[in-house]
Design a protein around this ligand. Structure first.
Ligand code: 4AD
Ligand code: MG
Length: 466
């Protein structure tokens, strides 16, 4: 057995008369007079292969094992299919059953099982239509993102996953420690109290990163255009459909770039990646359009073709105040926008993605460049219909005194940022970047409503199975 062989996706373009083999898992078997039909899937493409088994062509005891979930290889001949919706099928001449799946216990039996239920058997859900499609789109999207940046001469960098600095200053971090590896008779809390951080692995408090941005900035101020694409962690105690405790983020960082350049990159980036997926994942997206989110394809084409709306936070607040809508959270200048506000702006007001800029400094991170009004910062959030915030970014504060003042105002530990401040001491440059939540993008492109359904194994409060 070699990976270089025919996959189900290849079979569809083989001329009738070819003899070949097909490997995969049985989705369903239907028996009628003198013939059985098996739908076989190997995840290589959206379509299943129909295998026709005429009576007597394979032994009876093998046929019995061909139940939903069984893993098999069929040998046979590609024949033109009389059935609608498929050009060819496989007429079986032999079968090998690698792994049967006892129908009384196999959990993935029913068609139309709820996504909630499938989350509980996430180790098996990739065998179904929806999750096969989600993970194929995820794979192609990851490739499209790397391609976008590499094509433009950005350098791919890898920023650390364990870090001692809190990039967002929001404090929703997971601690990393070896102090809790204690003998079973010792209480973890007591051990932590008794042993200061100096005895911990890194000899200081360490965390799982919430963003690779600060480290990405250091490489941008030396290599000009870089990006990092890795896992990020936030201990947000939120059960929302848009938050994960472990998610993937794409963070480009550019020297000699201001907020306008940053917005241009974000817009070009989303359009190109979505355009690529419309082409590469046509069958999978067609399925999402039919079964998950009506109008999905129309919306995605619209996003690729029309310019994003750009407005300041202050303009957006005025529109929201004048909207006449009764929001659960009232809006006024200075308050953070909630997802209901973001959705009203993108869905009702504008009808396509909106880039909001120049937020009040109080609701944004310390590193964002302060505007001359001393009240707002050069922040940008890209908001998408259905999702709300999909990208957050900014022009960075490159002036040493201003940055130091912001760090002091917010009461952050300045000593810990010595290397970040060094970048402003020596050869500082205007620079900017953003972060795209990979799973938010996937929700947008697939129409899936819960972020837990676009990552193979989700991490959320109380959720770390598998
Ligand atoms: O807006 P955020 O917090 O920005 C940053 O972390 C910056 N350091 C990025 C940068 O400028 N380099 O997060 C960026 C994006 C959000 O817009 C959202 O799409 C996603 O990351 N995100 C999450 N996705 C899933 N689960 C969560 N808990 C998320 N928190 C943020
Ligand atoms: Mg944000």
């Amino acid at each position: 057995m070699d990976y270089r062989r025919t996959y189900v996706r290849d079979l569809f373009s083989m001329p009738p008369g070819s003899s070949t083999s097909a490997y995969g898992w049985v989705k369903t078997r239907r028996d009628s007079k003198g013939v059985s039909f098996v739908q076989l899937s190997d995840g290589s493409c959206f379509r299943d292969l129909q295998v026709v088994i005429e009576a007597g062509s394979i032994p009876e005891e093998q046929l019995k094992l061909l139940t939903t979930g069984a893993c098999v290889r069929f040998d046979g001949e590609v024949v033109a299919s009389p059935a609608a919706g498929q050009a060819v099928e496989l007429k079986a001449t032999g079968v090998e059953v690698f792994g049967p799946a006892d129908p009384t216990h196999y959990p993935l039996q029913k068609k139309g099982a709820s996504f909630e239920f499938l989350r509980e058997i996430a180790h098996l859900r990739a065998r179904g239509n929806t999750f096969g499609a989600v993970f194929r789109v995820r794979s192609q999207a990851s490739f499209a993102i790397h391609k976008f940046f590499i094509d433009r001469g950005f350098h791919a960098i890898h920023t650390p996953i364990i870090t001692a600095s809190d990039c967002e200053g929001a404090g929703a971090m997971f601690a990393v420690t070896t102090l809790l590896e204690t003998p079973p008779h010792e209480e973890p809390e007591a051990v932590l109290k008794a042993r200061p951080y100096l005895q911990d692995f890194f000899e200081k408090p360490a965390y799982l990163t919430v963003s690779g941005q600060l480290e990405a900035e250091t490489l941008a101020l030396g290599m000009t255009n870089v990006y990092t694409f890795g896992p990020t962690f936030r201990a947000e105690n939120s059960n929302s459909v848009r938050h994960l405790a472990e998610f993937w983020m794409i963070e480009p960082e550019m020297a000699f770039c201001d907020l306008d350049g940053n917005m241009n990159l974000a817009e070009e980036f989303l359009k190109e990646v979505i355009g690529f997926l419309l082409e590469r994942c046509a069958e999978d997206l067609e399925f999402f359009n039919q079964r998950i989110e009506p109008e999905l394809l129309t919306t995605l084409h619209h996003v690729v073709e029309s310019p994003f709306e750009r407005m300041t936070y202050s303009e957006a607040v005025k529109l929201l105040e004048a909207s006449g809508e009764s929001f659960e959270f009232p809006v006024s200048w200075g308050s953070d926008l909630q997802s209901e506000h973001e959705r009203w702006l993108t869905e009702k007001k504008v009808g396509r993605p909106v880039i909001l800029t120049d937020y009040p400094k109080e609701i944004k991170a310390f590193y964002m460049r302060l505007n001359d009004d001393d009240r707002t910062v050069r922040a940008m959030d890209v908001l998408a219909p259905r999702i709300g915030e999909i990208i957050g970014g900014s022009q960075r504060e490159e002036r040493l005194e201003v940055l130091e003042r912001r760090i002091d105002e917010l009461g952050l530990p300045k000593e810990a940022y010595w290397w970040y401040l060094d970048l402003r001491r020596f050869g500082s440059a205007p620079h900017a970047g953003f972060g795209l939540g990979f799973e938010r993008l996937l929700m947008y492109v697939t129409g899936m409503k819960n972020i837990r359904d676009v990552i193979p194994y989700h991490r959320a409060p109380g959720q770390a199975e598998f």
